[in-house]
Design a binder for this molecule. Structure first.
Ligand code: NAD
Ligand code: ZN
Ligand code: ZN
Length: 334
């Protein structure tokens, strides 16, 4: 079968490999769509500060597939049915999994980051990572729900504790951030969208942002909403946006860090301390939240934008995403 594999920094290629055989407790999926995330670029271009990525590795951590073969001891999974893959997997036994925080599992290997992922014709997945896809949700939408929507949902609602009527700033309205704009406005928050690309800002306006501004035109001393910005979610994570997030947030507010564009970054300690700004990290989401996100999408409350392209074009789309030429999200279809 075909698989797009990471062989080391800047060495990512589509190659032929053996079709995987599902081990005990695993299910073989025929991949129906796999979303392209900016995190794939951080892996390929070695931008994660030495974070260990095994090689060779099939990338692709936003997966929707159809169950075609069951390993030993798998129950409750139907052959022919479509499933979304919960990327952090979760062992089910560690203290985090038992507390429902399976995104922080200490015993699992993340799909497409620590074990082979979905840029392939087939992928073997631990059965506990599979979440059924509602009929109303197309393949590519289910794929991007597993990260671009799930991560945004977790960051705003679980980590950020967003409330209806709050002023919220979303920094970076690309693949993740545009879903964050939709989720926040569906909840009744008042959204400021910030990006450096006018096309992304226009999309954010069309998806519920009250105000959308280029970060270079934004004066953090004069926040452009009719209420304090008590939550800022940074979906870029470079030094500039981390600084902007801490400047923009109102006293007593929360800054949620999601983007991984730089591994360190400035901390405005005096402001954060004297005005009680909470700076919080947010990682992916939980399996229970993924089921909720798929239901919310099925009911039309959030409409993730995704364009599909053939798996053979993956290298082109990696370059286009890197050049800022992807409108919102791309999913590859084998
Ligand atoms: P993307 O490339 O689709 O979107 C990034 C957006 O940021 C683009 O619209 C771009 O124009 C904008 N941008 C770039 N520089 C900016 C700046 N200085 N000011 C304002 N906007 C700017 O990326 P994505 O797939 O949405 O991922 C976003 C980030 O989130 C990446 O770093 C990715 O690795 C990370 N990520 C984190 C998690 C997590 O669990 N924490 C999960 C998925 C992705
Ligand atoms: Zn991702
Ligand atoms: Zn666990």
């Amino acid at each position: 079968m075909r698989a797009a594999r990471y062989f080391g920094p800047r060495d990512f290629r589509l190659v032929e490999v053996e079709r995987p055989v599902p081990a005990r407790g695993e299910v073989l999926l025929r991949v129906r769509a796999a979303g392209l995330c900016h995190s794939d670029l951080h892996i390929i271009f070695d931008e994660l500060g030495g974070f260990p990525i095994p090689a060779p590795l099939t990338l692709g951590h936003e997966i929707c597939g159809e169950a075609v073969e069951l390993g030993e001891d798998v129950t409750g999974i139907e052959i022919g049915r479509r499933y979304a893959v919960f990327g952090p997997v979760g062992c089910g036994n560690c203290a985090y999994c038992r507390a429902g925080r399976d995104n922080l599992c200490t015993g699992s290997r993340w799909m497409g980051i620590a074990r082979d992922g979905g840029y392939a014709d087939y992928v073997a997945v631990p059965a506990q990572a599979l979440v059924p896809v509602p009929d109303a949700v197309p393949d590519a939408v289910a794929a991007v729900a597993t990260d671009a929507v799930l991560t945004s949902y977790h960051a705003l609602l679980t980590v950020g504790r967003l409330q209806p009527g709050e002023g919220v700033a979303i920094l970076g309205v690309g693949g993740l951030g545009l879903n964050a704009v939709q989720i926040a406005s569906a909840l009744g928050a008042v959204v400021l969208a910030v990006d450096i690309d006018e096309r992304k800002l226009e999309l954010a306006r069309r998806h519920g942002a009250a105000v959308a501004l280029d970060s270079r035109q934004l004066d953090p001393q004069q926040p452009p909403l009719d209420r304090p910005i008590t939550l800022v979610a940074d979906f870029v994570g470079n030094d500039q946006t981390k600084l902007l997030a801490q400047q923009l947030v109102a006293r007593g507010g929360r800054v949620v860090l999601v983007g991984l564009a730089s591994v360190g970054g400035p901390l405005l300690a005096l402001r954060d301390i004297s005005e009680e700004i909470a700076v919080l990290g947010s990682f992916w989401g939980t399996r229970a939240e993924l089921a909720t996100v798929l239901d919310v999408i099925a009911r039309g409350l959030v409409r993730p934008r995704v364009e599909t392209h053939p798996l053979e074009e993956i290298l082109t789309w990696v370059e286009r995403l890197r050049a800022g030429e992807v409108e919102s999200r791309v999913a590859l279809v084998p």
